[in-house]
Design a protein. Structure first.
Ligand code: NDP
Length: 310
């Protein structure tokens, strides 16, 4: 029985094949594009697999997403509907995102971009910012990773709110739920952090209508998915002063094209989808453990719900 791997990049795929072969010696680990006997393939470990690729394997038991999001798997119209999809998450990924969110919320809170610009001009400019308890930060999505990020913001002293579908409570966080709760959540959010999964309901959610509900000059941090953001609406909101700045980790097209207007924009900080880039060794061991658990029990906490899209 075999496991196939697809990461889009041949060298990376080879590295993961090597790691998984060592961790799972009882399985044959092969390249998705050179799978051998199709009927022998039981798991496909993938990031953004080509459309129709998964459906080639008639005896697949599950698809394993190399990442917490499963949008890159579900976008395949030929994906067999019955297949479980295992997400890859865990303490390593959560910790990395906590660091990312703390870093960039603090950078906006303490006006780091303005201080950097002053330094570049050789200008001594002291800015007094409110203390964290008087800064209102809002986290969109309160999932496994986002809850930990919201808690980190609470621990840093921020006045922290969160928004999710169900409104599940998080200690120390003011929680808003569903479409009805969104306007009140936005009205009080000075730094907005998007950690939603990309689903048909959340696609394009970061648009001009949403920006208009934030306090003027609010900041945006998007570490969810590029498909959440309407790019032209962001540019217009920054140019009009409706938003004061944005930090973007994810983009509609990745890598971000060289001529994209975001690159040179003075109020946009770009990070190249590294908010929680898991190292291959850790990722492979989490995946091996998730597959073993799924083999043993036929279930796993890591299984996404394809109907919900996350
Ligand atoms: P989960 O999948 O555990 O949970 C998703 C959260 O979003 C839940 O709180 C859910 O609400 C909420 N949600 C889903 N749909 C809606 C909606 N329509 N309206 C309001 N709330 C909604 O998420 P994680 O925290 O594990 O991860 C979130 C996302 O972060 C991933 O899907 C991925 O896109 C992104 N990510 C980005 C990384 C990066 O490096 N940039 C790395 C890892 C993840 P409820 O609680 O009610 O179900």
């Amino acid at each position: 029985m075999s496991i196939v791997v697809y990461l889009g990049d041949a060298e990376e795929t080879r590295e993961w094949i090597g790691l998984l072969s060592r961790l799972m010696p009882d399985h044959e680990i092969r390249d998705f594009d050179d799978p051998g006997q199709l009927s022998a393939v039981e798991y496909a470990v993938v990031w953004a697999p080509p459309r129709g690729g998964i459906a080639r394997f008639p005896n697949l038991k599950a698809v394993v997403s190399v990442g917490a999001g499963v949008d890159h798997v579900l976008r395949d119209p030929n994906l067999p509907k019955h297949l479980p999809i295992l997400r890859t998450t865990g303490p390593d990924m959560v910790q990395r995102l906590r660091e990312y969110v703390a870093l960039h919320v603090l950078a906006h809170h303490r006006e780091l971009a303005t201080t950097d610009a002053s330094q570049a001009r050789g200008e001594w400019r002291q800015i007094v910012t409110p203390v964290a308890g008087r800064r209102r930060v809002g986290v969109m999505g309160l999932g496994n990773i986002a809850r930990a990020c919201a808690r980190t913001l609470v621990d840093l002293g921020f006045d922290t709110a969160g928004w999710s579908r169900s409104g599940r409570q998080v200690d120390g966080v003011t929680v808003f739920a569903g479409a009805d709760g969104l306007p009140a959540f936005l009205a009080q959010t000075e730094i907005l952090v998007c950690l939603l999964p990309l689903t048909p309901e959340t696609r394009d959610i970061l648009d001009s209508r949403l920006f208009a509900q934030l306090p003027k000059g609010a900041r945006l941090i998007n570490a969810g998915r590029g498909g959440h953001l309407v790019e032209d609406d962001l540019l217009a909101a920054l140019d009009s002063g409706r938003l004061g700045g944005a930090t973007l980790d994810v983009f509609r097209t990745e890598p971000l094209p060289a001529d994209h207007p975001f690159w040179g924009h003075p109020r946009i900080r770009i990070t190249p989808h590294i908010a929680s880039m898991i190292d291959a060794e850790t990722g492979a061991s989490v995946i091996a453990e998730n597959i073993r658990c799924f083999e043993r029990t036929g279930a796993s906490d890591a299984v996404a719900d394809p109907k919900r899209g996350y």
